[in-house]
Design a protein around this ligand. Structure first.
Ligand code: IMP
Length: 200
């Protein structure tokens, strides 16, 4: 089965490719020459992931690639902080600026959490799949806590600020395999992979 993953984020592609069996080939947007930006205009993670998957599937059909590609999946992730009422949530990428600036986002989060005792938070991922003309949704959540400062060099985005529950290392201090085993995206994509195994 050949599926396009509607993302240009190399970290995400690496994480996702680790999860699928050899029966599922994960193809990037670059590999099908889909080069435009997709606007994330939805109000929820679920809406945004579905919008992305739909836009890419329409593009595939218009470019007559649907005979060689079976479907598309897309993810949207948000960091939901309890003390901030679930913020930044669906706006995680554009928290500080419109420009997906990870450093500015982390700075703003640390600022908003300065002096806040309740550090509880979660990463949540919604994955939308379009296959055989039908749409499916999968969710993955990992609870944890916001660090007081950045720890670690690995991962991406808010990883240096997130201690997954029960651990004393942030996602940025873990290997890709360790993060994938417990992460929001790992959990959502494993649900997708299990669903696909029944279809193959
Ligand atoms: P999106 O799902 O690519 O729209 O990501 C939303 C925001 O969350 C961006 O700022 C990403 O950098 C961040 N983000 C997404 N996934 C992760 C993750 O696994 N770890 C840390 N930050 C993430």
């Amino acid at each position: 089965m050949k599926l396009v993953f509607a993302s240009n984020n190399k970290h995400k592609l690496d994480e996702v490719r680790q999860i699928f069996s050899t029966d599922v080939e994960v193809i990037s947007l670059q590999e099908i020459s889909f080069l435009q930006e997709i606007d994330e205009i939805g109000e929820t993670l679920e809406e945004n992931s579905a919008l992305k998957a739909q836009e890419v599937w329409n593009w595939i059909k218009n470019h007559k690639l649907s005979s060689v590609i079976d479907g598309v999946f897309a993810d949207d992730t948000g960091l939901e902080v309890d003390a901030l009422g679930g913020e930044p949530g669906v706006r995680s990428a554009r928290y500080a600026t419109d420009g997906h600036d990870d450093e500015a986002n982390k700075r703003l989060l640390l600022e908003r959490m300065s002096g806040v005792e309740n550090r509880a938070a979660q990463f949540r991922t919604a994955v939308a799949l379009i296959l055989d003309g039908k749409e499916y949704l999968f969710e993955g959540v990992v609870r944890g806590a916001i660090a007081a400062e950045q720890h670690g060099e690995g991962g991406f985005g808010y990883d240096p600020l997130f201690f997954p529950e029960g651990g004393d290392r942030t996602f940025a201090e873990m290997s890709g395999e360790e993060k994938n085993a417990i992460s929001h995206r790992g959990r959502a994509v494993r649900k997708l992979a299990e669903f696909l195994q029944e279809k193959i």
